[in-house]
Design a protein around this ligand. Sequence first.
Ligand code: PMV
Length: 354
Amino acid sequence: MHTEREAPQSLSTIRGTVRWQSPSNIAIVKYWGKHGNQLPSNPSLSFTLSSAHTTTTITYSKEGDAQLTFYFEGKDHPAFARRIEQYLESVFRIYPVLRDYRFHIRSENSFPHSTGIASSASAMSALALCFGTIASTLSKALTPASKQTISELARLGSGSASRSIYGPVAVWGAHPKIPGSSDNYAVPVENMHATFDGLCDSILIVDRGEKAVSSSAGHALMHGHPFAEQRFAQARHNLDRLIPALRNGDIETFIEVAETEALSLHAMMMTSTPSYMLMKPGTLEIIEAIRALRASSGTPVCFTLDAGPNVHVLYPGQVAPEVRSWIDSTLKQYCAEGQVIHDQAGAGPIRLKS
Ligand code: PMV
């Protein structure tokens, strides 16, 4: 009698380890306001950074009790662990093959803890890359998991994380002039002018404290916001102007869009109900100084802000030496313990040896 024997499971379907390093990103056109399951109310564009990144290692196996153990910088972190536990539902919906596995996750940030730098983009993209890689190993796919699906999974963890899958520039959110763009995942922006190669971003840490209002609460306050529709239209229009500027090396338009977007983001916070303000006096001092330098010397330097008081100073690589020495002499006085993180646009995530 012929009996069918089950093929022995290969070692990689029983247990394995994957590791990814994934960078943070800085949005020039901001995502602020969402609906449904993490869908953006307007398209956004960001530069992917290089030095500010998260390294995540996941060991998967079929054995063990706990479905998830999580260590952040070598220690238990119950708040992050709870967030990842919830996130596993999204992971399993996209990659059902992962349902039967247990995960041991370790994560580290390259930037010092509690600098006020949002790490959700780097953290959630690193996780999505690890889960996508494990899923393609387990399902014996000949090609790696598609970047599109990984970007979608990253989005479900944190909207801005969808863009960190690509470097140096990515757009998330459907826009008629960007072929292939989608609300579900980010797409890379190609054919950029050399002016923007390795765009520098010096992050000035004005305040290291926990934000008074989280980004999730801020997104929620865009529902019923009196200026919501105008804001979403402004973002679409700014993206319309920014794409050709990036392709033609038009730094003036880049500067105008970057600063308008930053102040518009904070204007939304200041005009929501309840209203709130995340900028600090040092934030305004730095903004004034940047504008004064530009007016007096013509140096192509500008600022953008995340949902917080810290200032991202943006400038092309060609003027890096002079801008950095000016930051040291003029702007460091406004930073908490003089803290500045010099970063620049990079090529995107890197898979590391596990
Ligand atoms: O991805 P979230 O939910 O942390 O929101 C990010 C929002 C901003 O950083 C303020 C803007 C952006 O597009 O990254």
